[in-house]
Write a protein that binds this ligand. Sequence first.
Ligand code: PGA
Length: 239
Amino acid sequence: MKIITVKGYKELSETAAQIVLQKIEQDPEAVIGLATGSTPLGLYEELAVDHQLNGTSYQKITTFNLDEYVGLPADHDHSYRYYMNENLFTHLDIPKEQTHIPRGDAEDAAAEAKNYEELIQRTGGIDLQILGIGRNGHIGFNEPGTSFSSITHLADLTSSTREANKKFFDSVEEVPELAISMGIATIMRSKEILLLITGKQKQSAFEQLTKGEVDESFPASVLRNHPHVTVIIDEDAKT
Ligand code: PGA
């Protein structure tokens, strides 16, 4: 695991953007795994600005997001599809049909999860997966206890995750209890992983990631078994 320490959030976002842009330059048809939450917002802004200034083309890339809330349609302003459109896709030239996010309002959510996993594999797998980390070590919506062999599945959100995500909703009651999420094995099959960690509230997660056991009780610990992980962390998050 390569760890890059940066001063603050701006530098974290710029450094992450450089890695993503380098990947797209090397392979204009790259398959990029994307994340939501607060952490990657600065990265997405950097990519949008770069696109405007330098015209980096996204026309041939394909993206797969980690997860989506069950029950929220694409146009719901708290859905991850809406977040991605607002914060990234509408600012780039990527064709919408090359952006994939599980459909939160699919009639059969379990079938949607299965199809999503198959689509990732059919596309040739993810070249570079961007990840955030939950305070409890979750990656995607893979909460503590999720099997390391899990593939895309229906995931229950823990109350601590719903509490952390209420910042995007009016109240915690509105945060859905179920999501469709790539599994741990899905994430681990990515050829390369970029994990972003920012802020004091992630200090103990980073400590456990680097010093704790590799164990399903702390999902992100599995990343220690991956051959090509880069962690970008700011000083606030580093103990
Ligand atoms: P955050 O979420 O970026 O909003 O802190 C990270 C995560 O829960 O994976």
